[in-house]
Ligand binder design. Structure first.
Ligand code: SF4
Length: 347
């Protein structure tokens, strides 16, 4: 009797890993999925809390993929371990703060540890040669296989024909002829394959699976490091960078202003950790202050918050300021004029 072979697939929630998994499932392999939660994942965060994205389904796409394919999904939190990938990437960053090559190596290494502990045979990813400029190049794909320690137990079904045969192919666990030869940045082959499988309604994230590929987010992260005087972060820091307008009027503090109801509600959850401000005389946003702000700094913050309230045209706006563990005090401020908030304050 032939042995039932087992693979684990890295599931991001996007189309490529979904298709790669489907290809391997159809070759008779038992597949389970792993989704790593780094804290930077786009997955279901911002669009889940912002009202303007209400038309989009609020779903966890990795779980949705697993459900569509009928496989078990393991969601593994790697927030602490992942810090070293973001802070000290051996291969550097991509266009922004995205350490894609180190990130891929890290995730495949974690998957390799997982298959070793769980008696699985190999690892599947949805990588396509030439699709992404850093981690999915002909010269960098072998780096991921080598540095992760997975070596020839790493199978990329969507572009396997461009790569040397891996152990699952050589040993006949799967038929190499049934694997694919996708290459380059065009999404057409994936879209056609999805149609062939009858898969639709899949997620189409723009620009990558995490916020580190986002220019604005990367600015906010480097600003955080500069303001703190050290390259380090906590989960709350990187979650808050995904939400609100961030303004730094002075080096010692930053104001995070909710842009709409969903964000205000989200920021409410941080009221007990941060000095917070809200307009009293007019409806307006909730704002948090990150840093060590004096009373004069907080009055400046109040003018900023008033600028984004319904009282922006008023001569005076009342704003409540609450420091952590203290009762609120009310200040009367003149809101900044629309064009008086210097552009360089926007992080
Ligand atoms: S986009 Fe983000 S999650 Fe994806 S490989 Fe790059 S750093 Fe990793």
């Amino acid at each position: 009797m032939t042995q039932q072979r087992k693979a684990v697939a890295l599931i991001s929630g996007g189309l490529d890993s979904m298709l790669a998994t489907k290809v391997v499932l159809d070759l008779g392999i038992h597949v389970e999925g792993i989704n790593f939660y780094t804290g930077f994942c786009v997955e279901g965060h911002t669009h889940a809390i912002r009202n303007k994205h209400q038309a989009r389904p609020k779903r966890n796409n990795a779980l949705w993929v697993a459900e569509q394919l009928g496989i078990k999904l393991h969601i593994i939190e790697v927030i602490e371990e992942y810090k070293n990938v973001v802070l000290n990437p051996k291969h550097g960053y991509g266009q922004h703060m995205n350490p894609c090559l180190d990130c891929k190596g890290f995730m495949v290494r974690k998957a390799h540890e997982w298959i070793t502990e769980n008696g699985f045979d190999f690892i599947v990813t949805g990588e396509v040669m030439g699709q992404r400029p850093m981690s999915q190049r002909r010269d960098t794909m072998p780096v991921v296989a080598r540095e992760s320690g997975a070596n020839d137990l790493l199978l990329r079904p969507l572009c396997a024909k461009h790569l040397a045969p891996t152990r699952p192919e050589r040993e006949g666990w799967i038929d190499r002829e049934k694997l694919l030869d996708f290459h380059g940045r065009s999404r057409k082959p994936q879209i056609a394959l999805a149609a062939k499988y009858g898969l639709n309604d899949y997620a189409q994230p723009a620009g990558g699976c995490c916020f580190l590929t986002n220019e604005q987010y990367s600015h906010k992260l480097t600003d955080l490091f500069a303001a703190r005087g050290k390259r380090d972060y906590e989960l709350d820091d990187i979650m808050l960078l995904k939400v609100g307008r961030h303004l730094r009027p002075r080096p010692n503090f930053k104001v995070i202003v909710g842009r709409e109801e969903g964000e205000n509600n989200y920021l409410e959850g941080y009221r007990h950790q941060f000095t917070h401000l809200r307009t009293v005389s007019h409806s307006g946003p909730l704002a948090l202050v990150d840093g060590d702000a004096s009373d004069a700094d907080l009055e400046l913050a109040a003018q900023i918050v008033a600028r984004y309230s319904q009282g922006r045209e008023a001569n005076q706006v009342s704003v409540s300021i609450t420091r952590v563990g203290e009762t609120a005090r009310i200040v009367e401020v003149v809101p900044f004029a629309q064009d008086a908030v210097p552009q360089e304050w926007h992080v």
